[in-house]
Design a protein around this ligand. Structure first.
Ligand code: GLC
Length: 748
């Protein structure tokens, strides 16, 4: 029997050996980089910093690649063309440095997954990782080895169209989803042909654009950056080794992201040790002139390089000005060499020097059964059940005729969502198709669009829709947004249902038939009235290729809704920004606010009290972060903390009993929140710190256990240091951010 010391020494040696071999690999990599760099001219170095849009092919472009003036490209149309361009770079240029080809593979490549906001609603990092792995496989088969995802902008404003691409309003949930997506894209070995480099974007605070209007100014303090907006990027880089990062379009506090050397150098490189590539967003280097931060293209090139942007996407300030800037002594050769080192490091890590070409004989895995089934699961888990009066869902076997109404019931293109560059609507399975195919034997489905598309104001087809509804036992009305109404540059000042959709729901509700409203949208919508007029409401986001089969099985109870809202739903657009983890204030809303119609005539100025709410909207949101129903019900009891006093180096063990008190097997997302009662600055009223998906059979009880490292309570304090402050805390556990069990504990 070996002595215990033997094992200690053995594992210590193993650890030291592994550290030694990693550093040996890193040294070998750096030596390879230096070897290539040493043979490059300045022009060739600048070429590596130049990224071209692959849509603009020309003889001049081929010549540019041959002369080493192009380092990477995006949007190259086919794997054949990728290989053709790669051959020029690899075999006809002097340096032989391969290109890296990029694409926006945001929520699927060919097999479209739910939009990221929908994927976040699953609270299931595993399915998000699987989806990214599938997207990477499908994309890399087409020569793509770099995606500009995950987008991890904290989004608290539903007017902003890009909330669709985000993981919502919460920092912790965004961190978990971003890390999962990066792991899926990059795999365990970035050099594998089926892996693609991820890009943490958009750095930084782009989701806080004023007015929710895209590309607008942001003014986020360093403290808020540190506590809310930066943590997902830090985790992406320090935990998931995200290979690249993209700067955002916005200027924060007057400094454009592509010119912010404090964030790109001090924070990203020095504090976080990032050794990957920083790429600007589309022409955002040149746009620093429009912002008034740079005088001209040459100034923009200088400030971009000095800030630490390695690659300029599609504008050509770098290519056209860096040589002059160096000869004028306004830039040092070293900063160029450092940028090129980062780019070469990415290309070596991707294995492009040894394996630059795409295997054109490899059979595509796009739309394979396993990919489609994963997309279906992701869609099912993304759906959020917002209302289910009298448990009319799942559909009972007494229902024999169902009227399917609405512009989104058979919207193959829009169902794919905003970033569906390579998705094919012909492959989309819509709710209408899936319901007929999967349940057409048991149920008669009758269909009338009622409205041609989401913005259609015509009510000409209402009468036919009403007639069908009256013939049916139940009405399924599919409404929402065309995909174009969310995503980049698609901000809305009003976030209600467009066109005549709301009137259609009102008309259907008057038929006296049970109405199930299903919403496909890229953002929260202000649908309080439609919710009241419906017996049940399911929020589907834009669910992707397999949205139809997913919703069919959910409606008929083959699977059970488990999604939870990753973002607060406002009652009115005027409430925005409205989010669950807001800082505490001196006069919080109370439950006894006097609303508009209750105000007495000639009421005295101070007679309505002095708390923070809207006279015409109250205080509450329509639905809170973390909210979502199931077909079954869950009961929380017996919240127990391992201790009530502990130091910041300790872990708090939390248990809670969860019981399925309903009739269906279901999955509950158990959420753990903490609240710092008092701090050196005002603190959020609560913050999500952990969550678990727990599946239970009817009647089953499970003791759910969380381990909460007290270090997770650290925040950027009054002295601009990340610390855990001693004091009183609340710990809350529940099925959403409002209905929770509470216990107190103290940090010493
Ligand atoms: C776009 C987007 C960015 C995207 C890039 C390349 O403008 O802001 O998210 O990755 O350009 O398409």
């Amino acid at each position: 029997m070996k002595s215990p010391h033997f094992f200690i020494y053995f594992f210590l040696l193993l650890f030291l050996f592994s550290i030694k071999s990693i550093s040996a690999q890193e040294n070998e990599l750096e030596n390879k980089i230096e070897k290539v760099l040493s043979k490059m001219t300045l022009r060739e170095k600048i070429g590596q910093m130049n990224q071209i849009n692959g849509r603009n092919l020309s003889d001049q472009l081929y010549e540019q690649i041959r002369s080493g003036e192009v380092g990477s490209m995006l949007n190259v149309g086919s794997p054949e063309l990728v290989n053709q361009l790669q051959k020029i770079a690899r075999e006809e240029s002097k340096t032989g440095i391969p290109l890296v080809i990029a694409r926006d593979v945001i929520h699927g490549f060919k097999t479209m997954f739910p939009i990221p906001l929908g994927q976040a609603a699953s609270f299931d990092p595993d399915i998000v990782e699987i989806g990214a792995k599938i997207a990477a496989k499908e994309a890399s088969e087409r020569g793509i080895r770099w995606t500009f995802a995950p987008m991890m902008d904290i989004s608290r404003d539903a007017r902003w169209g890009r909330i669709a691409e985000s993981f919502g309003e919460d920092t912790y949930l965004t961190q978990m989803m971003a890390v999962a997506m990066i792991k899926g894209f990059q795999g365990k070995d970035l050099s594998k042909p089926s892996s693609i480099a991820a890009s943490a974007k958009h750095f930084i605070a782009y989701g806080a654009v004023e007015g929710g209007r895209d590309y607008n100014t942001t003014n986020i303090t360093e403290r808020q950056l540190r506590n809310i907006y930066l943590p997902p990027f830090e985790k992406a880089i320090r935990e998931a080794n995200c290979a690249t990062l993209m700067t955002s379009f916005n200027a924060n506090d007057g400094i454009p992201a592509s010119g912010n050397d404090y964030l790109l150098k001090n924070v990203l490189r020095e504090e976080w040790g990032f050794d990957g590539v920083v790429v600007s967003d589309w022409a955002s280097i040149k746009e620093m002139i429009q912002i008034g931060f740079c005088e001209d293209n040459k100034d923009a090139a200088r400030k971009g390089v000095l800030a630490g942007v390695d690659i300029e996407m599609v504008s050509s300030c770098y290519l056209e000005n860096i040589e002059a800037l160096i000869s004028e002594g306004k830039l040092q050769q070293k900063v160029i060499d450092d940028a090129v080192r980062n780019i070469l490091r990415l290309k070596f890590r991707l294995g492009l020097f040894t394996n630059p070409y795409t295997d054109l004989n490899k059979k595509t895995s796009s739309y394979s059964e396993s990919h489609l089934q994963a997309a279906k699961q992701a869609a099912e888990e993304s759906f959020v059940l917002l209302k289910n009066k009298n448990n009319i869902l799942p559909i009972s076997n007494k229902v024999k005729t169902i009227a399917i109404i609405g512009p989104m019931a058979d919207a193959a293109h829009d169902q794919m969502g905003t970033w569906s560059f390579d998705g094919e609507k012909e492959m989309t399975q819509t709710p209408l198709q899936a319901l007929r195919k999967q349940y057409g034997k048991e149920v008669k489905f009758i269909y009338e669009q009622g409205i041609a598309y989401s913005r259609d104001t015509s009510t000409a087809r209402f009468s036919k829709a009403i007639t069908l509804a009256k013939q049916a036992d139940m009405v399924l009305v599919f409404v929402g947004e065309e995909a174009i109404l969310s995503g980049e540059a698609h901000s809305l000042a009003q976030i209600n249902l467009k066109g005549a959709q709301s009137e259609l729901i009102a008309a259907l509700s008057k038929t006296g038939k049970p109405v199930v409203t299903l919403v496909m949208a890229g953002r929260p919508l202000t649908i309080a009235k439609e919710i009241d007029q419906s017996d049940a409401v399911l929020y589907l986001w834009h669910p992707g290729t397999m949205g139809g089969p997913a919703i069919a099985d959910i409606l008929f109870g083959k699977s059970v809704p488990s999604g939870k809202l990753p973002v607060t739903f406002p009652k009115y657009v005027g409430q925005i920004p409205v989010y669950y983890n807001h800082d505490k204030i001196g006069r919080p809303a109370t439950k006894k606010e006097t609303l508009l119609q209750e105000i007495p005539l000639e009421a005295k100025q101070s007679s309505l009290g002095t708390s923070s709410y809207y006279l015409d909207a109250g205080f509450d949101a329509l639905f809170d972060f973390g909210y979502g129903l199931s077909y079954t019900t869950f009961e929380y009891s017996n919240l127990v903390l391992s201790t009530v006093t502990l130091s910041e180096s300790e872990d708090l063990t939390v248990t809670v009993d969860l019981k399925n008190t309903g009739r269906y097997q279901g999955t509950e997302v158990v959420q753990l929140y903490t609240a710092d009662i008092f701090g050196s600055t005002a603190r959020p009223i609560k913050e999500l710190k952990d969550f678990k998906r727990i599946s239970l059979k009817p009647g089953e009880t499970q003791k759910v256990r969380f381990i909460l490292p007290i270090s997770k309570l650290a925040f950027w304090d009054i002295n601009n240091k990340k610390v855990v402050e001693a004091g009183q805390f609340n710990l809350m556990v529940g099925g959403n951010s409002q209905e929770v069990l509470i216990k107190e504990f103290k940090v010493l």
